[in-house]
Ligand binder design. Structure first.
Ligand code: TRP
Length: 337
């Protein structure tokens, strides 16, 4: 039996931070040899909110370089850019026409983002989950690593696939689209803001001090940890709902040091912030150093990265176009070109 296929992506919206790494990219890297991985830069998703066209290509390029710098191995993983595979847009249209509007209106993330955007909500923002469904279904992915905030989108993907199979599949045939399962990791790595331990670390937070970017210098990291929000209590503990910042900083330390949670709980139980912060600072600096070094090497040779993305796009297109043809045939598009 072949390996199961994993598919995932991150949006190229700049400010890549520890939450992106610990919540997504590092997990892809850790599991990569068990699976056949398709990992892409979600640049079509990036324009569902107002974007800066002068930044899009640079942000795409940086993210793809970070995928490699974080350890994705081309023997196991195909890396590509979403907009290089036109089947994503085309399947989105086909799926749009079988997706009930109220399914999209009920998506939590849409409602949250729409509130933030006020008057300026595009049809693309509403349609974002259908594009995500197309991303996943085109590759007949078995597993999709998802965080809490994307779970509802994966469920929607399954609902759309089931609906298409039901309405247009042939009962005695293989289903047209495979229903993907979530890939849930044991260690829930939800990295929270350094300024508020109850909110996720976010690319769009206006304050740089709320996040550690993957390309931050040691000085910047030191400064941000020095300034980050804590509490006046001595002795550090996990999972105290009254101490969200404490839980977040201990979790960061645990994930980056590779130590076990139980061991960190003991190590830090009597510490004050003055002792813990330098320890966390050093751990972050040390963990990011190899990534940053590799990033420098990769970005020094633009043609290498371009060739990775060109090859990745070619492999991705071959699979995506095949699924797209099957869906078109199922919907009745059978006239020759
Ligand atoms: N929506 C995802 C996010 O913002 C990114 C994404 C786009 C994605 N398409 C995907 C993730 C398909 C998994 C599978 O995090």
């Amino acid at each position: 039996m072949g390996k199961q296929r994993v598919l995932s992506g991150v949006q190229p919206t700049g400010n890549y931070h520890l939450g992106n790494y610990l919540g997504a990219i590092r997990n892809w890297v850790e599991g990569q040899s068990e699976y056949e991985n398709y990992l892409f830069v979600a640049d079509l998703h990036a324009i569902t909110v107002p974007h800066d066209p002068t930044q899009l290509a640079a942000d795409t390029y940086t993210l793809a370089a970070l995928y490699l710098a974080c350890g994705l191995d081309l023997n196991h993983s195909t890396i590509f850019v979403q907009s290089h595979v036109s089947a994503h847009s085309e399947l989105t249209w086909l799926l749009n026409c079988i997706t009930p509007l109220n399914w999209l209106q009920d998506m939590i993330q849409f409602k949250e983002k729409a509130v933030k955007q006020g008057e300026n909500v595009s049809a693309g923002l509403l349609d974002y989950p259908v594009l995500m469904a197309a991303d996943i279904l085109l590759y007949q992915a078995d597993k999709v690593p998802v965080g809490e905030d994307q779970k509802q989108h994966l469920e929607l993907t399954r609902d759309i696939a089931a609906r298409l199979n039901h309405q247009f599949g042939k009962p005695d045939h293989q289903p047209v689209l495979k229903l993907p399962d979530p890939l849930i990791r044991k260690e829930g790595a939800r990295v929270m803001s350094l300024a508020d331990g109850t909110r996720k670390m976010s690319k769009s937070d206006p304050s740089e001090l709320s996040r550690i970017s993957l390309l931050d210098s040691p000085e910047q990291i030191q400064y941000k940890i020095k300034r980050c929000k804590t509490d006046p209590i001595r002795g550090l503990t996990f999972d105290d709902p009254a101490r969200p910042e404490c839980n977040n900083l201990l979790t960061l330390y645990t994930l980056l040091s590779g130590k076990r949670k139980e061991d960190v709980a003991v190590e830090c139980q009597d510490m004050g912030w003055g002792q813990f912060k330098p320890l966390l600072t050093d751990t972050i600096i040390e963990s990011l150093k190899p990534i940053q070094e590799k990033y420098q090497v990769i970005t020094a040779d633009k043609s290498y990265l371009e060739s990775v993305l060109r090859d990745g796009g070619e492999k991705a297109r071959a699979i995506a176009n095949q699924t797209l043809s099957q869906v078109k045939a199922a919907l009745g598009y059978s006239l020759p070109l």
